[in-house]
Design a protein around this ligand. Structure first.
Ligand code: ZN
Length: 163
């Protein structure tokens, strides 16, 4: 007698981690330094807006280049004469890649929206309550449109809605 559960729910979906430069650290690796506001500098000064515009553009470029790679990968994958035992893995990889591309597309759209906000001078403020989102939070997530409190609240609501 064995108590181990086979198949079923024990095998969680494969770790779908796709490297996506959302952290300050990754942005640093693109050569963008964390912004140090001057004494008395107002929030979302011209310099700050330019800083984030630069950041968003670098990020977008990286995503677009990464996207090309994904297409290449898909092509080369399709050419592999997979033997039957590899079929599942291959399909899984396919699905993962496609999902990653979908996420990338959405992210690029969000980046474009953020750049528009910079153009309109609305960037950096919570769209829900209007307070400053904050430079550090924006550097970690340049597409953020909510302050941390509203974001947390939205996530809670989302979870409740799903149940
Ligand atoms: Zn807010």
């Amino acid at each position: 007698m064995s108590t181990e559960t086979k198949g079923g729910t024990t095998k969680k979906r494969a770790n779908a981690k796709v490297s996506s430069p959302t952290t300050t650290q990754t942005l640093l690796s693109y050569g963008v330094k964390p912004y140090e506001p001057k004494k008395g500098e107002e929030y979302m000064s011209k310099e700050q807006l330019e800083h984030f515009r630069k950041l968003l553009n670098i990020w977008k470029k990286a995503l677009l280049e990464g996207g090309d790679e994904t297409i290449h990968d898909l092509k080369s994958l399709a050419e592999v004469p997979a033997d039957v035992s590899d079929q599942a893995t291959l399909e899984e990889t396919f699905a993962l890649r496609l999902r990653a591309r979908d996420r990338e597309h959405k992210l690029i759209n969000k980046i474009d929206e953020s750049i528009k906000l910079i153009d309109n001078g609305e960037y950096g403020y919570c769209e829900e309550c209007g307070i400053e989102i904050g430079i550090r939070r924006l550097e970690a997530r340049p597409t953020a449109t909510l302050c941390i409190d509203c974001k947390t609240l939205a996530e809670v609501r989302e979870k409740q809605g799903r149940q």
